[in-house]
Design a protein. Structure first.
Length: 390
């Protein structure tokens, strides 16, 4: 089931793709783009996509759309920007109404929440397993739990010491166990029934740089994380560190001159954290330029026996669970020169320009930020930072 051919379809956009995922049944795909639009596709035939709908962000976003999440019944798509407003759009091709705007700064008493300097910007959004709530992680270490029906914030907690780049639920059918991954290098576990006191149920320690993404296997047990230390880690909920042990450990975030957005990572500085409680560490990909995402392979077609990640070198890496490499999808080679180089995009992995700043010829550059494995077919959709490849 591991895809191994060149691209059978290339969809070009004029702005970067930040996220894109298939629905659990594989009949639907959405892409979240820097132009503040979400595009929806009928993928019931995985080799012949049909675009049927584009929806705009219903407000003034900041920089880009950052994330999207399908409701469990696939009827609604929530999507975000670096601000406290969330768009909620119906996926029905016959519903052309304007998307809803959900304000994550409104508390249950109707009071407007303040979030300090810069406001609350959302980096990650997820529906709960019952579809009633949305959870968001974002700027300043804040986690917000939102009730969709009442249109109010249930919880707003300072969950981390730095930005929360990713949130997800442990069990696809349960709304109670929640994970959050942060730039403070920790992965935390929360029970949504007791989030009000801002105390996590446990923590995972092992990354030595900030986390860019987390993905649950959906079985309430295993969790995957990508880190700016150029590693991906597999965790088991049964080995989670207790709050008391975590408070005694007081792991400090590694602070240095490395900036994942611009610099190259010095692999000689990487080390195994002595308190690392992960099961497996995967290396070889490049978690640079943007918040690179990782996933478990589909449970139906592959029994979730693989894990995979995008990479700043323009590839999708696929590993066996023992950390041996199972396959590589080279998005860079298969999309290179598939459209003329232009001035449309030249930021962190874009196409370049007719001439670069040094006066030389432009070069095609590809950074795969996200990827999605079709649940039933041997197809991977890789979302480069400047184009979409299948």
């Amino acid at each position: 089931m591991i895809p191994s051919t060149n691209a059978e379809m290339i969809v070009h956009y004029d702005e970067p793709v930040y996220s894109g995922q298939f629905s659990e049944d594989g009949n639907f795909f959405f892409s979240v783009n820097k132009d503040f639009h979400v595009r929806m596709y009928d993928t019931s035939n995985p080799w012949k996509w049909r675009h049927y709908k584009t929806v705009a962000y219903p407000g003034i976003g900041q920089w880009t759309l950052t994330d999207g999440s399908l409701s469990p019944d696939n009827k609604y798509l929530a999507y975000t920007s670096i601000c406290p407003k969330v768009g909620l759009a119906p996926t029905d091709p016959n519903d052309n109404g304007d998307p809803y705007m959900l304000d994550f700064s409104i508390r249950g008493n109707g009071r407007q929440e303040t979030y300090g300097y810069g406001g609350f910007g959302i980096f990650s959004i997820r529906f709960s397993g019952d579809g009633r709530n949305l959870v968001a992680g974002g700027r300043g270490g804040i986690i917000v739990m939102y009730d969709i029906e009442s249109r109010t914030v249930l919880h707003r907690i300072p969950g981390h010491d730095d930005d929360v780049n990713a949130v997800c639920f442990a069990d696809s059918s349960s709304p109670h166990i929640l994970y959050s991954g942060s730039d403070d290098t920790t992965l935390k576990v929360w029970d949504t029934r007791s989030m009000g006191d801002s105390r996590a149920a446990g923590a995972f320690v092992g990354h030595i740089e900030g986390l860019t993404y987390i993905d649950s296997k959906g079985d309430g047990r295993y969790i995957l994380s990508n880190g700016k230390d150029q590693s991906m880690k597999l965790w088991d909920l049964r080995t989670v560190m207790s709050p008391s042990d975590f408070s005694e450990l007081r792991p400090s975030r590694r602070r240095g001159n490395f900036d994942y957005r611009w610099g190259a990572y010095d692999d000689d500085t990487w080390y195994q954290d002595p308190n690392d409680i992960s099961l497996v560490t995967f290396r070889g990909h490049r978690v640079l330029q943007t918040l690179i995402r990782c996933h478990f392979s589909p449970p139906g077609s592959t029994d979730s026996r693989y894990v995979y990640s995008g990479s700043a070198d323009g590839k999708v890496y696929i590993w066996n669970l023992d950390a041996t490499l199972a396959g590589v999808v080279d998005v860079y080679e298969t999309t290179k020169n598939s459209r003329p180089l232009s001035r449309r995009y030249d930021y962190m992995g874009g196409w370049g320009d007719d001439d670069d700043e040094a006066g030389g010829a432009a070069q095609w550059r590809t950074c795969v930020r996200d990827a999605s494995w079709h649940p039933n077919a041997p197809v991977i959709a890789g979302e480069p930072f400047s184009l979409l490849q299948v």
